[in-house]
Design a protein around this ligand. Structure first.
Ligand SMILES: Cc1cc2nc3c(=O)[nH]c(=O)nc-3n(C[C@H](O)[C@H](O)[C@H](O)COP(=O)(O)O)c2cc1C
Length: 217
């Protein structure tokens, strides 16, 4: 069997020429900087600027990664929503630590976060669930996320059954679906620069605030 691999792949590279990220302008509160970078990504018209790759690991240390959407970010941490019985949910219950990365490619920026994860308050999940479009609510109730199914029709039959069940009334949040909050123990900002001399500033929590260090690119 012959696999097609673009011979240009190894030679593809982008020259990064953005202005830099300096210790002085970064400030000493990474939440303020993160909020600024996220709003820059929104202003730049990036599609789903809140998408992040979320890495979890099983109890015996085997990693897995997938995209989820960041739905909240404050001093308590970064919030995303999912199915608690999914692969990521099961891994987080067994090993409540995660790492995540967001890429805003047109801005040549990446942000990495790491920290402990816990379920958000059920009331907070209820509020967010109630705010979702009805179709997404029905999908969340009906889909046994990450489980093997016999085919698409099994999912469609299940969706239709759930839709009829909730006909004429609001959809209740199922217990197996809700939010996780990832505490921010470390957060690293990466800004692409010329000649691979990128800027990397790593903020690490200390008992009173943050330590900041520059990492080599
Ligand atoms: C752009 C994008 C956004 C997504 N957002 C979410 C999300 O917020 N929550 C979620 O559970 N899955 C989301 N997914 C689907 C996940 O990537 C993944 O397929 C699913 O959560 C099952 O992962 P798991 O089997 O590792 O638990 C998203 C996928 C994409 C491509």
């Amino acid at each position: 069997m012959v696999f097609f691999v673009d011979p240009e792949l190894a030679r593809m590279r982008e020259e990064y020429a953005q202005s830099g990220l300096h210790e002085t302008t970064a400030g000493n509160d990474p939440f303020v900087l993160f909020a600024k970078w996220l709003s820059d990504a929104v202003a730049a018209g990036i599609v789903e600027p809140n998408a992040m790759a979320l890495a979890t690991a099983s109890a015996d240390g085997k990693p897995s990664v997938r995209i989820v959407l960041l739905k909240g970010f404050d001093l308590a941490g970064a919030v995303f929503y999912t199915n608690y019985d999914s692969r990521k949910g099961r891994e987080l219950e067994a090993n409540p630590h995660a790492a995540a990365v967001m890429l805003w490619h047109p801005l040549q920026r990446q942000v990495r976060i790491e920290g402990a994860v816990s379920r958000v308050d059920p009331a907070e999940s209820d509020d967010y669930f109630a705010d979702r479009p009805r179709g997404s609510q029905l999908g969340a109730v009906s889909s046994p996320q990450s489980q093997v199914v016999s085919g698409r029709s099994e999912l469609e039959v299940h969706f239709d059954r759930v839709e009829s069940h909730f006909a004429g009334r609001s959809v209740e949040r199922p217990e197996h679906w809700g939010g996780y909050r990832m505490e921010i123990h470390t957060i690293e900002f990466w800004q692409g620069r010329q000649n691979r001399m990128h800027d990397r500033l790593l903020f690490e929590r200390n008992p009173t605030g943050w330590d900041v260090e520059r990492l080599a690119p």
